[in-house]
Write a protein that binds this ligand. Structure first.
Ligand code: DOR
Ligand code: ZN
Ligand code: ZN
Length: 437
């Protein structure tokens, strides 16, 4: 048989160990993994000697800012950032302008993403203030429901017990996860100074919110996914309440590897919600991710803002940082410096996020799975925001030494990014929207 493409003689991870293999791709899927000399005939070949052949990352938490905030990011720049970063699937959050609360907005976003995509794009929807207004037609095209207790998508919404119960019931009936940003509504107010800011976004607030959602989850048996766990205490709470896959959690690279003390208090550059915590939290989160598996996966919370919004004084600065172009080098550096095993890397960056959202043919490089692949090499360099394809070029990881670079990215068997260049126009490769298998 003649296949479309062979990625030849790259470094492939088999049972957690590096070995030399070739990956054959046919009709967008992995046709097989071969030893040297056993590859099938092919129409095209990429010499992968010296390169790692890895599954593309699956980032289940990004804000790509279409439709009306395209000065911050849009599906084209955001998915270019993903492809250049080695992320082959992104799932877009609904807190956009306008927010995704109805089918019309969702359909507009899907159309925009479809024509400008460079990678696979999935979607979440928010839940309208009047829950009965939720259009079940949206369920066909979304992977989860997202709620923000602290900053609801409609101002009049309050996340009291009844609201949480109704959201859980909707998620359960819809057979998709309810994702939530753990912050307590009780603390909601506009901070007048730094102290109030950190008080209203404290670990206590995160833990209280988490507890109220976990209590409701137990009662209504919904699938609950906790976004960006930032504190050791919340990781412990998730660990205590884990049962099968009905409670899952993610952590961002910035909450794993940066702490508040790394930045001056006035610095809007590192302002994000939840805020950076302590070095102790960093350590406990890494342990929760790799030792006790309380936290399932890494997600970037890619939240682009304009330069002036990030350079404003802290209280006025916008919360959020870009993450799509830093996640792979940061996580692979953990592997190359032997602080993380290949098994953990592949689970937390690729297979676990696919599992959480039910993407059964993604996240693993094996026969029959989608050919969403990144070729990466070991290269010592420092992170530089000005190299980003994202419109947001300010990162708190600026100047950080890393040991890896994305060389090429393949999405559904199409080479999108090759040797550091985009070789395919927008709107050609990638599924939009990504559906549950
Ligand atoms: O820092 C953040 N930025 N946290 C969020 O939860 C939202 C995000 C955004 O949309 O900018
Ligand atoms: Zn959030
Ligand atoms: Zn977010």
């Amino acid at each position: 048989m003649t296949v479309d493409l062979v990625l030849k003689d790259g470094i492939f991870i088999e049972n957690g160990r590096e070995t030399i293999r070739s990956v054959a791709i046919e009709a967008g899927k992995i046709e097989g993994i071969y030893k040297h000399g056993e590859e099938p005939q092919r129409r095209d070949v990429i010499d992968c000697r010296g390169l790692y052949i890895l599954p593309g990352l699956i980032d289940i938490h990004v804000h790509l800012r279409d439709l009306k905030q395209t000065d911050k990011e849009d599906f084209e720049s955001g998915t270019m950032a993903a492809a250049a970063g080695g992320v082959t699937t992104v799932v877009d959050m609904p807190n956009s302008d306008p927010p995704v609360l109805d089918k019309k907005t969702l359909d507009e976003k899907i159309a925009r993403a479809h024509e400008s995509r460079h990678v696979n794009v999935g979607f979440y929807a928010g839940i309208p203030h009047i829950i009965e207004d939720f259009d079940v037609q949206m369920l066909r095209d979304i992977l989860g429901l997202k709620v923000y207790p602290h900053t609801p998508l409609e101002k009049e919404t309050k996340y009291d017990k009844n609201r949480i119960r109704d959201c859980m019931k909707l998620a359960r009936a819809s057979e998709i996860p309810l994702l939530f940003h753990p912050e307590s509504t009780a603390m909601r107010k506009i901070p007048r100074d730094m102290e109030e800011f950190f008080l209203s976004h404290s670990c206590e607030s995160e833990v209280n919110s988490l507890q109220s959602f976990i209590d409701a989850k137990v009662e209504y048996e919904a699938r609950l996914h906790v976004c960006h766990v930032s504190c050791a205490a919340s990781a412990r709470l998730v660990h205590k309440n884990r049962a099968e896959d009905t409670l899952t959690a993610e952590v961002t690279p910035h909450h794993l590897f940066l702490s508040g003390g790394d930045f001056t208090h006035e610095d809007g550059l590192a302002k994000m919600l939840p805020p950076l915590r302590s070095p102790h939290d960093n350590l406990m989160l890494l342990e929760a991710l790799t030792q006790n598996c309380a936290i399932d996966c890494v997600a970037t919370d890619h939240a682009p803002h304009k330069k002036w919004e990030k350079t404003a004084p802290f209280l006025k600065a916008s919360s959020g940082i870009p993450g799509l172009e830093t996640v792979l080098p940061i996580m692979l550096t953990e592997v190359f410096e032997k602080r993380m095993s290949w098994i953990d890397y592949l689970r937390v960056c690729c297979s676990a996020p696919a599992r959480i959202l039910g993407l059964e043919s993604k996240g693993i490089l094996t026969k029959g799975y989608d050919a969403d692949i990144v070729l990466a090499r070991i290269q010592e360099r420092t992170i530089s925001g000005k190299e980003f394809y994202s419109k947001a070029k300010i990162t708190p990881f600026e100047g950080r030494r890393v040991l890896a670079r994305t060389v090429s990215t393949i999405v559904g068997g199409n080479v999108v990014f090759r040797d550091g260049e985009f070789v395919l126009g927008p709107g050609i490769a990638g599924m939009v929207p990504v559906h549950k298998s």
